[in-house]
Ligand binder design. Structure first.
Ligand code: MTE
Ligand code: HPA
Ligand code: MOS
Length: 733
């Protein structure tokens, strides 16, 4: 068991809201828009200001620097001023002596709005030309070549697909605590995946140099992408409050405000068209993706890019063109969520293949198998698939878990049963590791060995339950070879390791681990040189004491940048990824066709973890990601009204995956002899790729339902999530 796990289960781990409150601490409650689109005619705060315990009310007028938090596009004010673009958009913040007083006073703020018509549908936004950034088209064929390929196809199938958003539902809501330090400095304890992002934005808003702001992160009670960019405003509110009042300010959201005011996974709509030859090989694929970006850019352009990169899934497609639109709507700005646009891109091509199989009267897994990427194939963006385990993963899963036998038993079940039907869904995953923004693929580490032989390892990595701390510790241990108990991983702070990328893109252990490895290797070299001089076996504490006596430097900083990455956006061509992660899941589901309810009976996975740095952690990552993926596609029904108001704003109206909805039989095996030469100690990133195994559950349920309802007029059922309600409507027209 990792140290963290023991502490968590004993309730000893501190999260941001558990930190001891400093002397004179105050509390911020953020007042947000109740409408999705409108003009702010007047803001009335007098009554709130007079309420008990209220210290101050902040608005845009109190921002000394720029009232701007947009990271990729400067299109998002910290505080709305003249207009609001989504429900939950911050307008003012009450600071009071207790959290209860702050929230009570917040109710007394009033706004005169002039309501404007909101747009909530991405296709409608596209019709109006409301795009966040210019649309992008990626592919290995021009229009003429693509048209030609479709002409030569044996079958051509077209359709649409849509996917809902997803709440992160991290156990710990967004929270930050800022405290003024002497000399005009500011310390922020932030619940963020991106301490540097918080530092940069807080500096811009507070009009301070970055060097005057220290951001510290002990751990997160889950992030899942929801704290990559969107922890920043809450930390900045706290810091601004601390600057203006001179007192510590804590901003900790309650579940409902978190659900209303923070971004989620992007809903997507898509059109697709696929052409196959007689054998079932894909000869042409065309898709248009409509990303619902919400009201401002946030990370949407980067997420859109990853949808494009994963638009052909695990398959080789000789002629393809995928166009993606980032559509501006009046919903909360959608943001990073495990998979970062990849799942949406993959769902669309899986939808196309599933339909093509039906039209051709074939089993979908046959079509999947013959189209898988092979070593040396080119992705549509030009990168060559090397170290490609797409076929190996699929075959190993098929053999180990007897895919043919499962197919026969499912078919036999369906022949024998009328009310209950069973479905099989196979999901091959191919996911690129690296930030698609090449610049972000760098990390630093700072390692100290103290004179008593204890070792302190600092990086920019944030622990959010994914086990990066344990992995970094294992790497330091591997290189230094001292007792592992001597090694501690430091609290993440912008003062120890600067200019860091967020812990994201499944690359936290890859990037920070490499930096740790380099730093430890340099220390190891110094110690080895000393050992050689001493010419005797020396225990670690003595070795370190001697090194200090010999005036050898026992600290080392190091920096790592992933080699060979480059991408040309004009040409839509290059090598955005250091490598890909592969694997295959085989899922069985049973549907009660009278009631529309279903169970996911089994999910059997072969996953490529490289040479795992921590097999138990990686197994937990696969299982957790799978549950999250199944949740996204089957249960979690993010709903907005036509007026742009979030309807699923509590756990009573938003179904989260739980033990009852989890598959009865989950098996995970790792691909053997899969050392990855392109990441630290042969490992591979693990955090995001297994989420996409959940797509198999969707197609298993869908396949079962189509055994019951075989008539063509039932619709294509390519609308996620496949909730029991939606399934019932489909089954019974
Ligand atoms: N696992 C837990 N328990 N909690 C999390 O918040 N985030 C996921 C994944 N696994 C997450 C998690 C996401 S979105 C990413 S990108 C990776 O962990 C980030 O961590 P890593 O890069 O260290 O794998
Ligand atoms: N993945 C995850 N997070 C990111 C990325 C990415 O590719 N780019 C910027 N933030
Ligand atoms: Mo993960 S969505 O890259 O934080």
């Amino acid at each position: 068991m990792s140290l963290d796990a023991a502490q968590h289960t004993r309730g000893e781990s501190l999260f941001t809201d558990d930190l001891p409150e400093p002397e004179g601490c105050t509390f911020g409650a953020v007042f947000t828009s109740t409408i999705a689109h409108g003009k702010v005619l007047a803001l009335h705060t007098d009554e709130a200001l007079a309420a008990p315990g209220v210290v101050r009310i902040l608005t845009a007028a109190d921002v000394p620097g720029e009232n701007q938090i947009g990271a990729i596009v400067p299109d998002e004010p910290l505080f709305a001023e003249t207009d609001v673009h989504h429900e939950g958009q911050p307008i003012a913040m009450v600071i009071a002596t207790t959290p209860e007083a702050a929230r009570a006073a917040r109710h007394l703020i009033r706004v005169d709005f002039k309501e404007l018509e909101p747009v909530t549908c991405p296709r409608e936004a596209a019709r109006r030309g409301h795009f966040i950034v210019p649309s992008r088209t990626l592919g290995n064929a021009n229009q003429a070549k693509l048209t030609d390929a479709f002409k030569k196809a044996h079958v051509v199938v077209e359709g649409t697909a849509s996917m809902g958003g997803q709440e992160h539902l991290y156990l710990e809501n967004q929270a930050s605590l800022a405290a003024p330090l002497e000399g005009g400095r500011m310390r922020i304890f932030a619940g963020t995946q991106g301490p540097t992002a918080v530092q940069r934005v807080a500096a811009r808003v507070l009009d301070l140099p970055m060097s005057a702001i220290e951001v510290e992160v002990k751990r997160l009670g889950g992030g899942f992408g929801g704290k990559e960019d969107q922890a920043t405003p809450w930390a900045t509110f706290a810091a601004l409050g601390a600057l203006v009042t001179g007192r510590p300010v804590k901003v900790a959201l309650q579940r409902e405000e978190d659900m209303i005011s923070t971004g989620k996974r992007h809903p997507y709509d898509a059109d697709w068209k696929i052409g196959l030859d007689e054998e079932g090989k894909i000869v042409a694929y065309e898709a248009t993706l409509f990303q619902n970006a919400g009201a401002s850019a946030d990370l949407s352009p980067a997420i859109l890019e990853r949808s494009l990169f994963h638009g052909t899934g695990s398959y080789f497609v000789p002629a393809t063109r995928i166009t993606a639109h980032s559509c501006r709507t009046n919903l909360v700005p959608f943001t990073a969520f495990r998979g970062f646009g990849g799942p949406q891109g993959m769902f669309v091509i899986e939808s196309a293949l599933a339909r093509a199989a039906e039209v051709m009267g074939r089993n979908p897994e046959e079509l999947q198998a013959i189209n898988l990427l092979t070593e040396g194939d080119r992705f549509p963006f030009g990168q060559i698939a090397d170290g490609c385990h797409a076929r190996r993963g699929f075959q190993e899963a098929a053999e180990r878990y007897d895919l043919a036998g499962q197919r026969n038993s499912v078919d036999a079940f369906n022949t024998a049963n009328v009310r209950h039907k069973r479905g099989l869904g196979v999901m091959p995953v191919c996911f690129g590791i690296s930030f698609t923004n090449t610049m972000m693929n760098q990390a630093g580490a700072l390692v100290h060995i103290y004179t008593d032989g204890s070792v302190h390892v600092a990086t920019g990595a944030v622990e959010m339950g994914q086990g990066v701390t344990a992995k970094l510790r294992a790497i330091a241990h591997h290189v230094l070879e001292c007792d592992i108990e001597r090694i501690t991983i430091a609290t993440t702070s912008t003062t120890t390791v600067a200019n860091t990328s967020p812990t994201a893109a499944s690359a936290g252990a890859d990037l920070n681990g490499m930096a740790v490895k380099i730093a430890c290797e340099q220390l190891r070299q110094r110690l080895d040189d000393l050992r050689a001089k001493l010419d005797r076996k020396t225990a670690w504490p003595e070795l370190i004491a001697t090194a200090h006596a010999e005036r050898i430097h026992l600290s080392c900083g190091a920096h790592y940048s992933t080699p060979k990455l480059e991408y040309n956006k004009e040409l839509e061509s290059g090598n955005p990824f250091a490598y890909h992660v592969f694997g295959t899941a085989i899922t069985q589901a049973t549907v009660d066709c009278l009631r529309g309810t279903y169970t996911i009976d089994s999910v059997h996975i072969v996953h490529d973890a490289g040479r795992s740095l921590a097999p138990l952690i990686d197994q937990g990552q696969v299982e957790g990601a799978l549950a999250q993926g199944i949740g996204w596609l089957t249960l979690e029904d993010l709903q907005f009204s036509d007026q742009g108001r979030l309807l699923s704003r509590a756990l009573a109206t938003y179904k989260a995956p739980d033990i009852y909805s989890s598959p009865g039989d989950v098996r995970v095996t790792f691909l053997e002899d899969a050392d990855n030469p392109t990441a630290v100690l042969g490992s591979k990133g693990i955090g995001e790729p297994p989420l996409m195994y959940g797509i198999g559950a969707y197609f298993a349920i869908r396949a079962a339902a189509r055994q019951f309802r075989t008539r063509a007029n039932g619709g294509d059922l390519l609308q996620a999530p496949l909730t029991p309600e939606r399934l019932l409507m489909y089954l019974h027209g």
